[in-house]
Each structure stands twice: as C-alpha cells, then as structure tokens.
Ligand binder design. Structure first.
Ligand code: C2E
Ligand code: MG
Ligand code: MG
Length: 510
C-alpha cells in the first residue's frame, strides 16, 4: 500500500513535477502567442488604418486624375479657341484677313485647275465713322454684325466672306463663267444694306460701296486682285456712295481726277473762289418776308462757274465741306444783313447745310458767329437740312433745338426723297417742308405724285408746318399748288438762281 501510495504519490508528484516542468514553457508560449496576437492585432489595426489611408489616397489620386483630365480638356479647348480666334473675327464671327487670304489663294488655284472664273468683291460701309461717332460704338458694332449677316445671306455655301478689319469686308465668288454673275450678289448686298435698319433701338441709314475684280481677267494672284478690287472700290466711293464698280483700266485715271478735285477744292477755299447765287422764294401771305435761297457756285479759274452737284459730294467726303460751309454761312448772313440795311425790306436767307456739317461739334458755334459777325437777326436765317439729318441721334436734335431757340428756322429740303419718319417731324423743330422738285414736275400728269403732294400738304399743316414747293416751272403748277394751299413757291417760274445784285432788284420789286 505504502508502495502503492508512495508510488501513486510519487506518480502524483511526478505528474506535478512534470506539470510544473511542462507548464512553464507552455505559459511562456501562450504569453508569447498572446503577445504575438496582440502584436498582430496592433499590426492589423495599423494595417487597417493604413489601408483606409491608402483607399483615401487612391480616391484622392482618382479625383486628381479626373481634375488633370479636365484641365487637359480645357487646355485643348483653349488651344482650339485660340486657333479659331487667329482665323476668325470675334465680333462678326467671319474669317479674318489672314484666313481670307488663304481662302483666296485656294480659290484661285481651284479656278485655275477648273478653268473657271472667280470674283473678288471688296465692300466698305458708307459713313461708318459718322455712325460710330453719332450713335456710339454699340450701334456701330450692331451695324457690322448686321452687314456680316447680310453678306452671308447673299452668297452660296461655296463662296467665302470675311471681315478684313474696321468696316472693310470681302467676298470671293467661285465657279463663275462670266464676270456679270458677280452683279446680282453685289446688287443684293448693296440693296439690303441701303435700307434703313433699327439697331439697338436706333434707326440707322447707311449703305455700302463695292469694288470688283475678276480672276483671271483682271489679275492672276491674290495681291494683284486685292489691289484692283481696292481701286475699283475707291472709284465706286468717289463716284457716289451705295454703288459698285468693276475694275477697269481707266480707273487709275479717275482716281487721279478725284484726287485733283480734292486739291483744287483746297485751293479754292484759300483763294476764295466760291460765290453764292440766290433764288427767290415767294410765300403766300408774306409772313416770313421775301426769301432768297443761297446756292453755291465755284468760280473755277479755267472751267467757269461750276455747279454744286459737281463738287459738294467730294467736299463732304474729304471733310472740306466744313470750311466751305462756314464760308457759305458767313457770306449769306453778310449779304442778307446788307439787304436789310439797304432797305430791301426784311428778307430771309435760306442756307443749305450738308448732313456732314452737323457732325462738327462746333457747328452751332459757327452759325452763331456768322450771325454775330454780320449782325443779321436770327429770325432772318433759315437752315435747309435734309431728311438724313433727321434720322440721327440726340446730339443732332439738341443742336437743332439750340439753334431754333435762337430764332433760326429749319426747312427740310427735297422732302419725299429720303426716309423721313413722321414721328421725327413731330419731335423736331421743323418749320417748313420743301416738296422735292421731282414731285412738282410731274404732279399734274401723275396721279400718284398728285396724291403725294396733297398728302404732304395735309400732314404738314396738321403738324403746323409750312410747305414750299420746289422746282415750280409753269403757271399751271403754281396755280394748282396755290389751290392745294401750298404756303410757298420756288422755281424757274419765279426766277432762276442769280447773282446777289440781281437778287437785290427782285427783293425790292413790287
Ligand atoms: P436744292 O437746295 O434743292 O436747290 C435747288 C436746286 O434746284 C438748285 O440747283 C436750283 O438751281 C434747282 N432749281 C431751282 N428751281 C428749279 C426749277 O424750277 N427747275 C429745275 N429743274 N431746277 C430748279 P443747284 O443750284 O445746282 O443746287 C443743287 C443742290 O446743291 C441744292 O439743291 C443743294 O442741295 C446743293 N447746294 C447748293 N448750294 C449749297 C451749299 O451752299 N451747301 C450745300 N451743302 N449744298 C448746297
Ligand atoms: Mg435747298
Ligand atoms: Mg431741294
């Protein structure tokens, strides 16, 4: 038993001993495993943290990549726009000069290959500067856009249009067989643009002139054709606006003649070669006194007495009309004051004013100083303006009002030939309408003209505006006009334009 006990206790002890011996490393292992697990857990936690960071970084990288792609797309778009801008005029969106020259080059090569013709049309807007000055730049810009659209509407898909700069436009017509084919396009553009348009709430009346040269007839390369169309354009402008010219060999001669006219006009101003003739006007009732319209003539050293139709337009284009107009005003006022002092009654003098003169900022001053210098009373001066003046801006209206307030009267000359708006007539200080001689010469034969004359009279009278008929040549015309209650007559029947001394006699005659 003892043994057994002993042996069992030994066995138990041994077991214990074994257990002790075995437990130590096991605990250690557990401990180390625990430590390892906790280490791994730490690592896992760190890893998870890192993984979240990495996912966030990956997201950020993705977003950055997207942003980069967008930036690259924008940069590409800018590059495309910059390229487009280098070829296109940003205002009208038409190709610009550089692009146009390339297109012209290509069109000429194609025409050469096909054995066809091509036309180069250059356009220049009439009085664009004065539109800008009078109505302001927004209206000027709107006008350029309107013109660009008119051109686009008038040409085919295969033709080319461009804005070369400022108010200069160009068109290439391709695949032509005859030069005259260019005509219908040119005429369409000139016609569309000759109509008054409402831009930015303002009624604007301009026009355009065109010069045409044809490949291969007038030239074979771009530079040559550009020069020739330019010369044709210059010729068109100097022979009256709103028109076109084909290049012709004698155009150089005509351009030189226009240049000579300009320099001769300059000399004429300095040499005081302009004289005034006067044409009588009779007014019914005579409230306005007798009136003499001053009409300019140029006493040319070799060509005799040159009529205004031969030089006024050139003077307007060169701006010389400002100097000439000032001389006319001064001379007319002085003459009328002299008639008053010499007891020729109390006459009125009517002076023609070009629309260009109104654009000068000192126009009202020049009228005031002509009156002051001569001593003529303001109510003895009548200024004849044209309908084009009436469709201008507020600055012109203010000038009219300012001068009207002094007592000066305004007559609208050649009434019925322009674009008068009745609304303007009501607003402006207009005292008299002069019915254009075109209606007067035919109103007894043409029913339509008779109606127009009657309508002008009725309308004017209802607005309290007097009416004078121009170009009255026969007694029958005079009688019919008086029957229609026309307030005044002017024309060869009463007297032709005459020098001042002869006019003095008319003023004092019974
Ligand atoms: P307007 O002011 O309408 O002048 C009338 C024109 O008709 C004058 O021509 C006159 O000679 C002409 N005429 C007058 N009665 C008759 C008639 O019974 N029958 C016909 N067939 N014609 C008649 P003119 O002197 O050659 O002047 C032409 C235009 O030149 C004027 O037309 C006017 O617009 C312009 N003008 C004349 N003098 C001046 C001026 O000093 N300054 C400006 N800016 N323009 C002027
Ligand atoms: Mg007149
Ligand atoms: Mg007239």
């Amino acid at each position: 038993m003892m043994v057994a006990k002993t042996s069992s206790s030994i066995a138990a002890n041994e077991d214990d001993v074994w257990r002790d011996d075995e437990a130590a490393p096991q605990n250690e292992l557990v401990e180390s495993l625990r430590a390892r697990i906790s280490e791994l857990e730490d690592q896992l936690a760190r890893f998870e943290e890192n993984a979240a960071d990495i996912v966030a970084m990956a997201d950020e990288l993705g977003a950055a990549k997207h942003r980069l792609e967008q930036t690259l797309e924008t940069a590409e778009e800018y590059r495309r726009q910059a390229e487009e801008l280098a070829r296109v005029d940003p205002l009208t969106l038409l190709p610009n000069r550089r692009e146009f020259e390339n297109a012209l080059e290509r069109a000429l090569t194609a025409a050469e290959r096909r054995g066809s013709m091509a036309a180069l049309l250059l356009f220049d807007l009439d009085r664009f500067k004065s539109v800008n000055d009078t109505y302001g730049h927004p209206v000027g810009d709107a006008l350029l856009k309107f013109f660009a659209n008119s051109i686009k509407a008038a040409i085919r898909e295969t033709d080319h249009a461009a804005r070369l700069g400022g108010d200069e436009f160009a068109v290439i017509l391709t695949d032509m067989e005859r030069p005259e084919q260019a005509l219908c396009v040119v005429q369409r553009i000139i016609r569309t643009f000759g109509e008054p348009v409402v831009l930015d709430g303002t009624l604007v009346k301009t026009g355009t002139s065109a010069g045409i040269s044809v490949f291969p007839r007038d030239g074979r390369d771009t530079e040559d054709l550009m020069q020739k169309s330019d010369k044709a354009l210059y010729a068109a402008k100097s022979q009256g606006r709103g028109t076109y010219r084909f290049f012709a060999r004698d155009i150089d001669e005509r351009a030189k003649a226009a240049h000579t006219l300009d320099s001769n006009l300059r000399l004429a101003i300095v040499r005081d070669e302009f004289v005034l003739h006067y044409q009588p006007q009779e007014t019914v009732g005579g409230a306005r006194g007798r009136c003499a319209e001053a009409l300019i003539r140029w006493r040319h050293p070799t060509e005799g007495l040159v009529p205004p139709g031969d030089f006024i337009q050139a003077a307007e284009e060169s701006g010389l009309i400002h100097d000439i107009g000032r001389q006319v005003l001064r001379k007319a006022c002085r003459q009328c004051a002299e008639w008053q002092n010499d007891a020729h009654g109390y006459p009125t003098v009517a002076v023609n004013i070009s629309p260009v003169q109104f654009e000068a900022p000192d126009f009202a001053d020049s009228v005031r100083s002509a009156l002051a210098e001569s001593g003529l009373a303001a109510d003895r001066l009548e200024l004849e303006i044209t309908e084009t003046v009436m469709i201008r801006d507020m600055a012109v209206f203010e000038k009219l009002d300012e001068l009207h307030a002094l007592g000066i009267r305004f007559a609208v000359d050649d009434f019925g030939t322009g674009y008068s708006s009745l609304a303007y007539l009501k607003k402006l200080p207009v005292d008299i309408l002069k019915i254009d001689k075109h209606f007067v010469s035919s109103f007894l034969e043409e029913k339509a003209d008779y109606s127009i004359v009657g309508a002008i009279l009725k309308m004017a009278h209802s607005l309290d505006i007097g009416v004078i008929a121009e170009g009255v040549e026969t007694d029958a015309q005079a009688e019919a006009l008086r029957d229609l209650r026309c307030d005044g007559l002017q024309g060869f029947l009463l007297g032709r334009p005459m020098p001042a001394d002869r006019m003095s006699a008319w003023l004092t005659a019974d």
